[in-house]
Design a protein around this ligand. Structure first.
Ligand code: NAP
Length: 236
């Protein structure tokens, strides 16, 4: 049985992750973390309770998954590294990745701005297309619900990164924040007299939660190191 702690347990994304974990036979929630003063601290969750202090409970976890706010990620990684527990970072908008990555020699850390299996294939398709269409103008258009804190999305930044790796034209990124859009990304390649669009729509957070389940099983078995969803997708 894989024991899990979810940080930001009362959030929208964590809600989908908790529901997905409840459907699995080989994993269970042992605690969830919210900030001090959150009204649901001490309420039951899975086999345990919602708590404000990761360090006091981390010994009970096999894997920690975080969907919260970027301001707390580094402190949590330090706690996980001390306890030698694998850590999955789903939180986006992280400012200083280099400090986080330093801990990858102590514990397995997986960072993914998007756990959807389709988006991770979109990264591959975008890279291949940018490599083939070097002269085309590239636009990235992303749309999310209006309570999303960061813009552009972590996924849009990652799409721009894979384009730059192969020397594609520097893309312009357009962000839309409206209503309850779960997550949409379009990469538009425009040349003379033609346009190619790669489009991904997440219609529910289940798209991300399914990827998180695969990531949890993958991380449970890993040695220290820095991992991405590409490792999860293409591992045997
Ligand atoms: N990688 C992916 O596939 C993926 C998919 C969806 C979302 N995300 C990312 O996941 C993060 C959360 O998104 P969301 O839509 O679920 O947002 P959300 O609904 O606002 O959830 C964030 C949760 O974190 C809690 N939180 C705030 N401060 C905290 C602290 N100090 N300690 C512990 N918990 C704290 C929030 O509590 P309060 O409500 O009390 O502030 C809330 O319950 C964002 O960065 C988002 O971009 C990633």
């Amino acid at each position: 049985m894989i024991n899990l702690i979810v940080v930001g347990i009362c959030g929208k994304m964590s809600g989908s992750v908790v529901s997905a974990i409840d459907q699995e036979q080989d994993m269970q929630i042992v605690s969830g973390i919210e900030a001090v003063g959150h009204p649901l601290i001490s309420q039951p969750i899975g086999k345990g309770f919602i708590q404000a202090n990761l360090s006091s409970i981390i010994k009970e976890a096999d894997v920690v998954a975080e969907f919260a706010i970027p301001e707390i990620t580094l402190d949590n990684i330090r706690i996980a590294a001390k306890a030698k527990k694998p850590y999955i970072i789903g939180t986006t908008g992280l400012k200083d990745l280099s400090k986080i990555k330093q801990y990858a020699d102590k514990i397995p850390i997986l960072i993914s701005t998007n756990f959807s299996l389709g988006v991770n294939v979109l990264f591959n398709l975008t890279q291949k297309t940018a490599q083939a269409l070097k002269d085309f103008d590239i636009e990235i258009i992303e749309a999310h619900h209006k309570t999303k804190r960061d813009a552009p999305s972590g996924t849009a930044k990652k799409l721009a990164e894979v384009i730059s790796i192969v020397g594609g034209n520097n893309p312009t990124v357009h962000s839309i924040r409206a209503g309850d859009i779960v997550g949409e990304h379009t990469v538009m390649f425009t040349g003379k007299g033609e346009r190619l669009e790669l489009i991904h729509h997440a219609t529910s957070r289940n798209a991300f939660a399914n990827g998180v389940i695969k990531a949890i099983r993958f991380m449970y078995k890993q040695k220290p190191g820095l991992y991405a969803m590409q490792d999860v997708l293409f591992s045997k």
